[in-house]
Write a protein that binds this ligand. Structure first.
Ligand SMILES: [Zn+2]
Length: 269
């Protein structure tokens, strides 16, 4: 999970989203706004809707070359995901800044779960609305979940590249940063899916092989074109977080330290 470089949506699409949002906001009560947000989002979030076609195209661009999910990076991103769930926050159901592109397993798993950080104590408060509960506005507060459009997840979590290929919080236990990291790992099930951990491990083997190839070509008499090709391949491979972590942790990982010493410029790939 990496920080997403936000793209700009066309003015026409931004205007259309604002129009959709005004309609939701115009409902009298919070309960009506929640209901309207759901029905209107289902109505507009279709391939035949030009605004959502533009939204999806821009989100796909933001995912990078292989259009992987912004959370797990493993499966194809094909669902417009609300960072703040529309069931709780109808006021941002059509807000461009609230959109991510996610895969079904991530989007479905997260669903309407959401927690906020309680001001003052720094404790996380679960504001998920239980089935059958009264539809009232959630407690106010900053998001507990790490938002990859605004924050760099790697400031909060670190990937174990030597053994488990699981994420753990970077900060000390007891801190708000730790709680937020822990919550994010749990809600997005970043460690639970064994096939994702396996894919991270494979990605590392593949990145390492490509980096070795890059060093070999660059130090030999290969054509510039071939060197650039290997570099591009590294930059466009799935699981870019694995690559980011390889750069961050290389100094304490023997064979990687040697490779990056041979090609320090690869730290900027
Ligand atoms: Zn995913």
């Amino acid at each position: 999970m990496l920080k997403i470089r936000a793209g700009r949506l066309s003015p026409a699409a931004m205007d259309a989203l604002a129009e959709y949002q005004r309609d939701v906001d115009a409902q009298d009560t919070y309960r009506e706004r929640v209901s309207r947000a759901k029905t209107r989002f289902s109505r507009y979030n279709r391939k035949t809707n030009a605004t959502f076609a533009a939204v999806r195209a821009k989100l796909a661009e933001m995912c990078g070359g292989t259009r992987r999910c912004m959370y797990c990076e493993d499966s194809v991103a094909d669902e417009v995901e609300h960072f703040r769930p529309k069931d709780l926050y109808p006021d941002v159901v059509f807000a461009w800044r609230n959109y991510l592109y996610a895969c079904g397993p991530c989007n479905g798993g997260k669903n309407n779960r959401f927690s906020v950080v309680e001001a003052g104590t720094g404790e996380l408060v679960d504001v998920t609305r239980r089935r059958g509960a009264r539809v009232t506005p959630p407690r106010e507060g900053a998001a507990a979940l790490i938002d990859p459009r605004r924050e760099n997840p790697l400031d909060f979590i670190i990937l174990d590249l030597q053994d488990t290929f699981e994420f753990t919080p970077l900060a000390d236990a007891g801190t708000v940063e730790f709680r937020r990291a822990d919550y994010t790992i749990e809600v997005l099930r970043l460690n639970e899916r064994d096939y994702v951990r396996e894919a991270r491990k494979n990605a590392m083997v593949s990145y390492e092989a490509r980096l070795a190839r890059y060093v070999e070509l660059r130090n030999g008499d290969a054509l510039e074109h071939d060197v650039v090709q290997v570099k591009r391949c590294i930059q466009r491979s799935p699981h870019p977080t694995v690559w980011a972590e390889m750069k961050r942790q290389h100094a304490r990982l023997g064979s990687l330290a040697t490779l990056f010493r041979a090609a320090p410029e690869a730290l900027d790939f």
